[in-house]
Design a protein around this ligand. Structure first.
Ligand code: SAH
Length: 381
């Protein structure tokens, strides 16, 4: 038996959005549109300025592009952002977006005021995650898929729209820093993360400098030096344990890349020094990793690495098998670090009321098999 596709019933293809595309991708689109190669680069640069510096969402705003060209662009493309499925604002000013990148592909981003120079956006690099860290809510959601570079950049555009921060040269910007600390493991999606960082840091576009972009990894050791070489971003390591036996349990990627391997990779990160330190994140889990002996071992482990430490009070989620260390324990742990010269290392939890704090992000998206998708499409007819 043969099956035939009835193309007359297939939905019309959606026009593609140019918002969030990198400069080389914009150039490729211009060439695909028939713009001669010589002119495509110039056109791409014009578009980059309008879309990522001015944040326009209408081709007609592009006053230095000829009218016919604008009409042609509008016929083929949009400047739309992905749909916002949910937007919540916390009592502390933190904002969270759940963005729909496609059917059943939803990921979260969080804007945190008053961190970095004036405010940071925490972006997701994947929907779901493969790592299964035992204290992380995202870890309970299977990987749905990697986000594209365009989808990563779109999270920044959405935040800028909401904060009314166009053009990017705006003097007192509220969004000055980007952290890849949302859903997913950025180093398992390094090509797209690197392309997104190129776009975000482009001075003629979104203009958030590489030194204000931090990529956090649970420890994909072989990719760490490559991250530095390709992006120039700041590095953060989700450490959480100072011994292999405990780290194997709570950050299971440690079974593949143990502490020794991890620290060799960290030491190979390019340009480390006083002005470029590695941030070590350490979640405070009551009775698990919060003893003073562990604080002292942490200092030993970091010897010789230009480092900052971020103690993160554990943020609870439904069914989590941990509790947050009590405040005295966290302060005593921090005291040991302070005495060793690490300044104010406790990270204040933000946005807990809207479930936007570290490790609380999770969406309902699940990966569906091709067969499931076909069944659903049939059922919808
Ligand atoms: N996969 C990357 C990027 C995610 S960053 C990484 O692991 O670094 C998210 C940060 O929040 C990580 O440091 C993670 O360890 C931390 N985190 C996860 N669950 C948490 C929780 N319940 N409470 C506090 N921090 C948590």
């Amino acid at each position: 038996m043969t099956t035939q596709l009835d193309l007359s019933r297939a939905p019309a293809p959606q026009p593609r959005s140019l918002a969030g595309l990198s400069l080389p991708a914009l150039k490729a689109e211009m060439e695909a549109m028939g713009v001669p190669e010589k002119k495509a680069g110039m056109r791409a640069k014009q578009l980059r300025g309008w879309v990522h510096h001015f944040g326009v969402t209408d081709f007609d705003a592009m006053t230095n592009v000829a009218k016919e060209m604008r009409a042609e662009l509008a016929a083929r493309y949009t400047l739309a952002r992905p749909e916002i499925a949910e937007h919540r604002i916390s009592v502390d000013g933190t904002q969270k977006w759940l963005t729909r990148f496609g059917p059943n592909v939803e990921g979260e981003s969080v804007y945190i005021p008053d961190v970095g120079k004036s405010g940071a956006l925490c972006v997701s690099s994947q929907v779901g995650c493969t790592l299964n860290c035992t204290f992380c809510h995202t870890g309970t959601q299977k990987l749905v898929r990697n986000l594209t570079a365009q989808e990563i950049v779109a999270q920044v555009l959405i935040a800028r729209d909401e904060l009314a921060e166009w053009p990017s040269s705006n003097e007192d910007r509220k969004l000055t820093n980007i952290v890849f600390m949302g859903m997913g493991e950025p180093l398992y999606n390094l090509d797209n993360v690197a392309e997104a960082i190129d776009t975000i840091s482009d001075g003629d576009g979104i203009a958030i400098g590489r030194r204000r972009i931090t990529v956090s990894t649970a420890g994909v050791a072989p990719k760490i030096p490559e991250l530095g070489a390709r992006t120039g971003a700041m590095l953060a390591i989700s450490l959480h344990a100072v011994r292999d036996d405990l780290r194997n349990e709570i950050v299971p990627i440690n079974r593949k890349y143990d502490l020794k391997t991890l620290f060799e990779a960290i030491r190979a990160y390019p340009d480390l020094g006083n002005s470029k330190r590695v941030t070590f994140e350490y979640v405070m889990l009551a009775g698990v990793n919060d003893s003073l002996a562990e604080a002292r071992d942490l200092i030993k482990l970091l010897r010789g690495v230009p480092a900052k430490i971020n103690l993160i009070p554990f943020n609870p989620w439904p069914g989590a098998p941990y509790a947050c260390s009590d405040w005295e324990t966290i302060e005593a742990f921090a005291d040991v670090l302070n005495r060793a010269g690490y300044a104010s290392p406790i990270r204040t939890p933000r946005g807990r009321d809207i479930f936007a704090a570290c490790g609380q992000l999770r969406s309902e998206s699940v990966k569906k098999s091709a067969a499931e998708l076909r069944r659903e499409a049939l059922a919808a007819e």
